[in-house]
Design a protein around this ligand. Structure first.
Ligand code: EPZ
Length: 459
């Protein structure tokens, strides 16, 4: 329970706590593979929308409500960062009320920012609202160096002075109005984060901003829709050119976040890899076009049963296919690891090329521990499909790698144990419970205690 001025703050009533990774990893996941799944799974709100929309609420001097907010460690951490900046937050179920009317603090605390890269998203709204922002450099993470040069260059083009000093990004706007100016910005790479930072900053800027070679991800469009619901003037979000006409201020809104396309994609692969027929909703099928195309390429069928409901009909024997990760609408890098698990068990040779992040193939070694036959060549993984994986103790190295190991464990022969669950909890809401409801045999056990309560899992 978080305390402020001696009073309890009702913020993260049912959010997983945001303990440091080491404290949290006192549990492992045990999976007994080879079970067919069946039934329906409910998809949660999108993590990568929730995080940036929570930061976007900083733009508004009135109370805002976000609905369909997933219960995730990362959401809890973003909440703590916003609280440190003076935002009042209240959570009831999947509904989050944010009140940034009296933010005064422009400095985001390092100890919180260091735990969540996405916290860098606060720099745009703080600069736009207060004319000053001091945010620690997020630094690299397991999947890559992840610089923020495109964010900084865009803010400078809008008139901000930016100094990076002692690991801190200090940004401020000169002049009495302290207001950013509209600008034409060409992004060297369609970065999701940079597009979102600059779009938020431009909503309160003086004049028009045009972002060219912008990211087109659905989460970018969701952020634009949220900002528009608060009165912002934004056109073209979801395309590679976004135009924003700055307004003096924004107003209160009540907005529902889109479903998580990556969680949905992960469950579709869970069906394909276990040769199981399952359905899932709510989803926006258009957000999954590249993923569905690759599922069809391996031989599965994906049917749109209703506007926001998909059914996966598996193939008896998945075929090989090649994948190259690209910015949206290309194949999402956040689905690369999950498809690697699927292709490891498919007939023939596949090549996966990771072009977005320079260090996002660390799950290969763990999948090979389970009997996969994958070789690495630079940013390519050359996969020779095998008939069967065997359960083994493995370690998750990042969020999507952890999901891939869960999927491999569901299909493998025997028991798999997965360590590093703090990665999984960052981005999947109640994954075990949802999989158990589909008939999977898995459970989270504390490593200290007698590790298995299910006799069938005792070996
Ligand atoms: C977002 O990260 C997502 N995170 C990532 O999801 C996702 O993988 C990524 O977009 C790509 O789709 C959130 O939305 C919170 P980028 P982001 O800026 O914004 C380089 C997950 O698993 N780059 O599009 O950080 C960068 O290094 C996470 O849910 C620069 O060089 O991604 C990378 O190679 C992981 N300079 C590439 O662009 C910059 O200033 C793509 O990064 C910014 C980025």
């Amino acid at each position: 329970m978080l305390m402020q001025e001696g009073k309890a703050i009702t913020f993260t009533s049912n959010l997983p706590n945001t303990l440091a990774a080491s404290e949290e990893d006192s549990a492992i996941l045990e999976i007994l593979g080879g079970q067919r799944l069946s039934g329906h799974v409910t998809i949660s709100g999108a993590k990568n929308s929730a995080l940036v929309l929570m930061a976007g609420a900083l733009l508004c001097p009135q109370e805002c409500r976000l609905r369909n907010v997933p219960s995730l460690v990362d959401v809890g951490r973003m909440g703590e960062i916003l609280r440190a900046l003076g935002v009042k937050l209240e959570r009831q179920g999947d509904c989050l009320t944010l009140n940034a009317s009296s933010i005064g603090e422009s400095r985001a605390p390092y100890e919180l920012v260091s735990q969540l890269r996405a916290s860098f998203f606060v720099i745009g709204p703080l600069l736009a609202r207060l004319g000053v922002a001091r945010v620690p450099l997020p630094g690299g993470c397991a999947i890559g160096a992840r610089p923020v040069d495109l964010h900084v260059r865009g803010l400078q083009a809008m008139g901000a002075e930016v100094q990076i000093d002692h690991g801190m990004v200090n940004a401020y706007v000169r002049g009495a109005s302290k207001r950013l100016k509209g600008a034409k910005i060409y992004l060297d790479y369609p970065s999701v984060g940079a597009t979102e930072t600059l779009m938020m900053a431009a909503t309160l800027a003086d004049g028009e901003t045009i972002i060219e070679n912008a990211a087109q991800e659905p989460e970018v469009a969701d952020l634009a829709n949220f900002c528009r619901a608060m009165g912002a003037k934004i056109w073209g979000a979801g395309t590679n050119t976004i135009t924003i006409s700055g307004v003096p201020s924004l107003y209160s809104t009540d907005y529902s976040i889109i479903p998580d396309r990556i969680e949905a994609g992960t469950f579709l692969v869970a069906g394909a890899i276990t040769c199981s027929e399952i359905s899932l909703s709510p989803v926006v099928p258009d957000h999954l076009t590249a993923v569905i195309a690759k599922l069809q390429a391996v031989g599965a069928q994906v049917i749109t049963e209703a506007p926001h409901r998909l059914r996966l009909i598996p193939s008896d024997r998945n075929r090989a296919t090649d994948i190259e990760t690209l910015p949206y609408p290309g194949f999402p890098t956040d689905m690369q690891a999950q498809f690697m698990a699927l292709l490891a068990l498919s007939e023939g040779n596949s090549v996966i090329t990771e072009t977005v992040f320079e260090n996002r193939l660390r799950h290969v070694a763990e999948l090979n521990r389970m009997g996969a036959n994958i070789r690495l060549k630079g940013c390519n993984a050359i996969i020779q499909g095998v008939p069967m994986l065997s359960g083994a103790p493995v370690v998750a190295t990042d969020l999507r790698a952890s999901a891939a190991l869960v999927l491999a464990g569901l299909a493998a022969n025997g028991k798999t144990t997965i360590q590093g669950l703090h990665h999984l909890d960052r981005g999947y809401e109640q994954l075990e419970t949802k999989l158990q409801k589909l008939g999977a045999r898995l459970q989270r056990v504390k490593v200290s205690s007698d590790s298995s309560k299910d006799p069938a899992l005792k070996t």
